[in-house]
Write a protein that binds this ligand. Structure first.
Ligand SMILES: [Zn+2]
Length: 112
């Protein structure tokens, strides 16, 4: 099943683009990759919009990201419409973590 690397939504086989953010869908689920690699949690976001903005910023700086939301399993087969206030967790590779944190801090104005 293809899924969106940004939103974490899963789609039917014939779908190639995320309805929600327009990202190209990829073939495997992020949680299948997480245990075998050094991905670390960067930040929890309230709402898919902020998570997607963060992923966009990070990717512009060449940092690969994974986003996973708490509604992943219940979102299977849905059109990928995010819930307001939905929590999304963004992951980055451990080596990218310090730079990613800085970029996110600059984006949200959160320097604490
Ligand atoms: Zn998406």
């Amino acid at each position: 099943m293809p899924f969106c690397p940004k939103c974490g939504y899963e789609y039917r086989e014939e779908i190639s683009e995320c309805f929600d953010c327009g990202s190209e869908l990829v073939a495997s689920l992020p949680e299948q990759r997480l245990p075998n690699s050094d991905w670390v949690m960067l930040k929890r976001f309230r709402g898919t919009v902020f998570a997607e903005m963060a992923c966009d910023v990070l990717r512009q700086h060449g940092i690969p990201t994974l986003a996973q939301n708490h509604f992943l399993t219940s979102a299977i087969g849905s059109t990928g419409t995010g819930f307001p206030g939905q929590e999304v967790i963004v992951y980055v590779r451990e080596e990218d973590y310090p730079e990613a944190l800085e970029l996110i801090a600059g984006m949200t104005g959160d320097h604490t």
